[in-house]
Design a protein around this ligand. Structure first.
Ligand code: ADP
Length: 187
């Protein structure tokens, strides 16, 4: 299965993606994690990305798309993947569609994690990542609304909205339920 996960910062995409990756036997590809690893290892890419991560801004598409292109070309991603944090704008979605089309593939679903703002702020403040300061969180929410939320319309035909308030187990169940529906849907 080829899936993209969409939702505001703190919606729990990363938590669910890790569980779903094991359930579905496909790798969890998180662009945020990839960037943080590059930053931690002081790679050239990490040096380029750091200022954007610290500010809660999107890393420029050119850098992000190149990184995703390389990651998707690796053997473990050939049979499917869960993309967490990519695409984050319509340009990135177009690049993803082209990458997949080149191999004759398409996305199976876009999973939207729907969760109210006040819930996510509480979650993020308790997480304590460097980009989880209140001001940076607010900026990331703004970026989500202006750049990423348009993907919900872009992916209207593929969209499955998951009510993402509840226990981790409950939310996993809802996702698996939504995916069963997709597996059964006629092509
Ligand atoms: P969250 O979903 O909690 O905001 P992520 O780990 O997905 O956290 O992303 C952290 C940061 O990594 C973003 O604020 C941004 O700077 C950068 N980033 C991640 N994915 C992308 C992307 N697709 N395009 C540009 N920047 C990205």
């Amino acid at each position: 299965m080829r899936l993209v996960l969409i939702g505001p910062p703190g919606a729990g995409k990363g938590t669910q993606a890790a569980i779903l990756s094991a359930e579905l036997g496909i790798p969890h590809l998180s662009t945020g994690e990839l960037f943080r690893t590059h930053v931690a290892h002081h790679t050239p890419l990490g040096r380029q990305a750091k200022e954007y991560l610290d500010a809660g801004a999107l890393v420029p598409d050119r850098i992000t798309n190149d990184m995703v292109r390389e990651r998707l070309a690796e053997p473990d991603a050939q049979a499917g993947f869960l993309l967490d944090g990519f695409p984050r704008n319509v340009t990135q979605a177009d690049v993803l569609a082209e990458l997949l089309a080149a191999d004759g593939h398409v996305l199976d679903a876009a999973l939207e994690f729907d969760v109210p703002d006040d819930v996510v702020v509480t979650r993020l403040l308790s997480r304590g990542r460097p980009d989880d300061a209140e001001e940076v969180i607010r900026h990331r929410q703004q970026v989500y609304r202006s750049q990423t939320a348009p993907l919900l319309t872009h992916y209207a035909d593929l969209l499955r909205t998951i009510h993402a308030v509840g226990s981790v187990e409950e939310i996993t169940e809802r996702v698996l339920e939504a995916l069963k529906v997709i597996a059964r849907a006629p092509k």
